[in-house]
Design a protein around this ligand. Structure first.
Ligand code: ZN
Ligand code: ZN
Length: 421
């Protein structure tokens, strides 16, 4: 006999914190009014979670990969692919991705037969932090075909963007084109092995052709007329080979969905072939409609057995070192959790946690453990009565890693294959 239930993991991005002097040494989570979070803790089991490992400062991408059961040390091959995912490029396993800047070149760029550049000097790596017109510039170079390789390019914020090369026999052992210093000639990319030499050849051609297109682009002509530096070239760096990841459904045998606000985590969900619905009103900011996220979680539960949801607001207030907005963001998470708990199936297994701490006093992610609570019919309740960094210590879940969450959830949900006979 076996019973199968659905599972939800609700993640408050960066909510965990350190003692805040302005709060007399308490944390925003301890101070906030969060009855629903406390209710989950009181009715289920609690503990601490190290998103990656004790003391390891997690990014939101590596932490979500770990919480979804994909070992970031095995699958995270550099920021390139995840940066490209985050801005909405359709990354697939085997793609070669680069982080890029729009930059300013002076002179006439030439590509020599030995794969080095000549004739032009990089005078501004960020093209005066160009903020407008980058979408038009990106469109002018996106979709270029070089040999049998398709080059996809998309702009990000300010002078940033991402380049994706898709084609047969490409390698990722290539050097940067971006020389990282102004006043120098762009480096011709060099490959360390035959597939990487092909990547380098295509990449250098892309950089040359992009310069040929961008130097005469109307956006740049207008910038020059206004006395601004043109964003007349693209400087790739930080190569990464997009890993082949087993789709969520194949790994766990159940359909899953991601209800999230940021491009980066939406990109991870799509990469794992999970359903990632658009949520009207989810802004990713302090003004986001948390109940719109909660309602979408309930909607997704109709035809998915597992849903992950991320609320971004707590992380932003941690980066901004804003105590009041962080307390407000905790309370938004509390509303979200309350709605899902009340409207979800009666036998739902519900986990609440954070993808990392973003403490007010640090202003960035730290490697601190984060509180975790899980409730549902398969769990014996422990003695923890409140959900915060201090109260969960001593709970039945002890101290686990992010990578342990999916085995725990799929065990409770009754959907895990037996290990052994
Ligand atoms: Zn995060
Ligand atoms: Zn953050």
């Amino acid at each position: 006999m076996s019973m199968q239930t659905k599972g939800v993991v609700l993640i408050a991005d960066g909510m965990a914190d350190r003692p805040v002097p302005a709060l007399n040494g308490l944390t925003p989570l301890e101070v906030a009014d969060s009855p629903h979070l406390d209710h989950i803790a009181a009715s289920g089991q609690c503990g601490l979670m190290d998103p990656i490992g004790p003391g390891v400062r997690a990014g939101s991408d590596t932490s979500h990969l770990a919480i979804l059961g994909y070992d970031p040390y095995k699958v995270y091959t550099g920021r390139g692919p995840f940066e490209a995912l985050g801005i909405g490029l359709d990354v697939k396993g085997g793609d070669i991705c680069f982080r890029c800047n729009f930059s300013t070149l002076e002179g006439t760029l030439r590509l020599l037969p030995d794969g080095h550049f000549d004739g032009a000097t990089l005078v501004d790596r960020r093209a005066q932090r160009i903020a407008e017109g980058t979408h038009e510039l990106a469109q002018a170079v996106d979709g270029m075909q070089i040999e049998d390789v398709t080059c996809l390019f998309k702009e990000s914020v300010e002078h940033r963007g991402a380049l994706l090369l898709r084609g047969p026999d490409l390698g990722a052992n290539v050097s940067d084109v971006d020389p990282h210093h102004e006043g120098t000639v762009p480096h011709g990319a060099q490959g360390a092995d035959p597939p990487s030499r092909k990547t380098a050849r295509v990449l250098n051609q892309f950089v040359l052709r992009a310069w040929q297109i961008l130097k005469d682009h109307p956006v740049n002509k207008a910038r020059e007329a206004a006395g601004k530096r043109p964003a007349n070239c693209i400087m790739p760096r930080g190569v990464g080979l997009a890993p082949h990841l087993e789709p969520f459904r194949e790994r766990y045998g159940i359909p899953g969905a991601c209800v999230v606000e940021t491009g980066l985590i939406a990109g991870i969900g799509r990469y794992l072939a999970m359903d990632v619905p658009h949520v009207e009103g989810a802004t990713g900011g302090a003004d986001t409609d948390e109940l719109a996220l909660a309602k979408m979680v309930i909607t997704m539960l109709e035809d998915h057995d597992f849903v992950l949801c991320n609320l971004k607001a707590p992380d932003l207030s941690g980066h901004d070192a804003s105590v009041e907005t962080k307390i407000g963001a905790v309370e938004k998470f509390d509303h979200l959790v309350g709605y899902v708990h009340e409207h979800g199936p009666a036998d739902l297994h519900l986990a609440i946690t954070c993808d990392h701490a973003t403490p007010i006093t640090f202003g960035d992610h730290t490697g601190d453990p984060v509180p975790l609570a899980i409730c549902g019919p398969a769990l014996l309740s422990d003695r923890v009565m409140g959900y915060d960094e201090r109260s969960v210590v001593g709970g039945a879940l002890g101290r686990i890693r992010g990578f342990d969450v999916m085995p725990i959830m799929t065990n409770l949900m009754g959907v895990q294959e037996k290990f052994g006979a």
